[in-house]
Design a protein around this ligand. Structure first.
Ligand SMILES: NC(=O)c1ccc[n+]([C@@H]2O[C@H](COP(=O)([O-])OP(=O)(O)OC[C@H]3O[C@@H](n4cnc5c(N)ncnc54)[C@H](O)[C@@H]3O)[C@@H](O)[C@H]2O)c1
Length: 339
């Protein structure tokens, strides 16, 4: 296989960036795009000049692709992932893997049965900052992990864009649950959560969810999620991860990534903090974490090497989210079920 021929399923917000990265890639070829919105066809043809389908089943049967990259809303992950596996295609599936651990297991079983590779797109695993935190724990630099603190707060514009289509736990919270479990090297065993639905009620969305979690041996972690930052907040995202150990502490702050732009009076966003890490552009190409992730997917398939993130970790994060949801609904702490 010279170049991996990739077919995109879904080219909305994140799928368009994925499509661009394959189009700009040296190891992959963007062979086709499937999107149920037929209005996307002209933009795809003009930008990429590749085949376009409104029905992804036709793309799977075309004989022109080796792998698919699924960037559909999380409610639609199971059916296309199973269909792609049954068609013998390797799969990159956007996070969250699915909405229940049972559905995740269904996807994994279909991939195992078909003998195809599956990577869940947890992009922050490909951010060198989070990898440094992981290494600090793994190498013993931090010592025994005592407690961790994770924060991911977005602008209320995100609630407006998604209009209740999904929970903040699935759209963003899944990142930190995975990062905490990965960095600490332990699974979350018990959670207690509360949420507020007030200013974002009009979008059928939460304002915030706070979670206190136990990780097996007495380590505790807290998670603060919110979609309450004002529209003109200098970045759409305020996030951090802090790890406190018996020897040292390791902090990652992802709000200010080094570039600050002060604009003239009367501008909508007078002070801007620019994304320099996730998907910035350099010389007309997307660079950063997202490109690192897609390069890894392509490379690992072409060279037949293991993915850095096992599917079981993605399933575990969804299992924890199910318990968090049960906790804020019942108002009680919940033990995370064994899977
Ligand atoms: N890793 C990240 O940083 C990141 C960022 C944003 C979104 N995501 C994830 O990516 C996924 C997609 O989110 P989004 O915000 O890009 O969604 P979106 O709504 O912007 O785009 C979804 C696209 O899928 C198409 N679509 C829907 N159903 C389809 C079907 N059955 N067949 C073909 N096309 C179909 C829509 O027409 C649309 O173009 C979600 O799982 C989300 O959690 C990840």
């Amino acid at each position: 296989m010279e170049k991996l021929r990739v077919g995109m399923i879904g080219t909305g917000f994140i799928g368009w960036l994925h499509a661009r990265i394959y189009h700009e890639s040296y190891g992959a070829q963007l062979a086709a795009v499937a999107d149920s919105d037929k209005n996307v066809k002209k933009k795809v043809k003009d930008t990429f000049g590749c085949d376009f389908y409104t029905d992804y089943h036709e793309m799977l049967e075309s004989g022109k692709i080796d792998a698919v990259d699924i960037c559909l809303p999380d409610i639609n992950h199971v059916e296309p992932a199973v269909a792609a596996a049954e068609a013998g295609k390797h799969i990159l599936l956007e996070k969250p893997m699915a909405r229940t651990a049972a559905d995740c297991i269904k996807i994994k079983a279909a991939c195992d049965k078909a003998g195809v590779r599956l990577l869940i797109a947890h992009v922050l695993r490909f951010d060198p900052g989070y990898k440094r935190l992981y290494d600090a724990v793994k190498s013993g630099e931090v010592g025994d992990v005592i407690h961790l603190s994770a924060e991911r707060k977005n602008s209320r514009l995100l609630a407006e864009r998604l209009k209740g289509r999904t929970s903040m736990l699935f759209y963003v919270g899944v990142h930190d649950i995975d990062l905490v479990q990965w960095c600490a090297g332990k699974r979350i065993t018990r959670v207690y959560a509360q949420r507020i639905v007030n200013i974002n009620k009009k979008w059928n969305s939460e304002d915030c969810i706070y979670v206190l979690a136990n990780l097996g041996d007495g380590t505790i972690a807290n998670f603060e999620y919110a979609w309450t930052l004002p529209e003109n907040f200098p970045t759409g995202l305020k996030s951090k991860l802090e790890i406190y150990g018996s020897k040292s502490t390791a902090f990652l702050n992802r709000m200010n990534q080094g570039v600050e732009i002060m604009k003239e009076k009367g501008t909508d966003l007078p002070y801007e903090l620019t994304d320099m890490l996730h998907w910035p552009e350099l010389n007309d190409r997307i660079v950063g974490d997202l490109k690192n992730e897609l390069d890894h997917f392509v490379d690992a398939i072409l060279k037949d090497i293991d993915f850095v993130m096992p599917v079981e970790d993605a399933i575990s994060a969804i299992n924890v989210i199910e318990s968090i949801m049960e906790s804020y609904k019942t108002g009680m702490p919940v033990d995370v079920k064994e899977i």
